[in-house]
Design a protein around this ligand. Structure first.
Ligand SMILES: [Zn+2]
Length: 211
């Protein structure tokens, strides 16, 4: 027994360990300990904020890169992540195979002069296209309404946005004189137009009229 205790405690009493521990005590004055712990705390907070943003970005990316497909059998909304677009998906509710001919996003899609043809004119379903500018207060207030409508009409209509500060061709082609202006397309043709900030019910009514 004494042998075991001795083998444990003898190294702690060795001259080298004693001078080593004295050095640590002398060097780590309270101020230094304070600086050290606050540095560790700062690094911890910095790293956790980096991790948090990375996780948020991943989630945003996932939302952006998934499509909503409406089940032709039971009408359930199915979210298909981008890495599964090539697979034959089945409805999560009734197991019916899902068609991939009309993918509808559940969030507003930003289009440009360059992508307008493909995103709006060639799209198989109805499209609500909002012309907006980042500095426009009415557009900013309309933005959450369009988010809601995109989600509510997923599988039936697409909501798209075009920034008039970055794109001038399409706004002039459709004689857009102010923002926000909303155009309702069906089969590539403009059917209706709403100018200015409008209540959600009115936009909904226009969307329903072109379904
Ligand atoms: Zn179904």
């Amino acid at each position: 027994m004494s042998f075991i205790l001795d083998s444990v405690f003898r190294p702690l009493n060795s001259p080298r360990f004693v001078s080593f521990s004295r050095k640590i005590r002398e060097n780590l004055r309270p101020k230094k300990i304070f600086l050290l712990t606050s540095a560790i705390r700062d690094i911890y907070f910095f790293m956790s904020s980096v991790w948090r943003t990375a996780a948020e970005n991943k989630e945003k990316k996932m939302n952006r890169e998934s499509l909503i497909i409406l089940c032709p059998q039971c009408g359930a909304k199915n979210r298909i992540p981008q890495d599964r677009w090539g697979d034959q998906a089945v409805c999560g509710k009734c197991r019916a195979p899902l068609p991939f001919s009309s993918p509808f996003p559940d969030h507003p899609v930003e289009v440009s002069d360059r992508t307008f043809q493909n995103e709006v004119l060639n799209f198989s379903g109805p499209v609500l296209l909002e012309f907006f500018a980042p500095w426009c207060g009415h557009c900013q207030r309309l933005s959450p309404v369009l988010d809601q409508l995109a989600s509510e009409f997923a599988g039936r209509a697409k909501v798209a946005k075009l920034n008039i500060d970055e794109n001038s061709l399409i706004p002039s082609q459709y004689a857009v004189r102010g923002v926000p202006t909303m155009l309702f397309f069906k089969g590539g043709r403009p059917m209706n137009r709403l100018v200015g900030e409008q209540p959600k019910g009115e936009i909904e009514r226009q969307l329903n009229s072109i379904l």
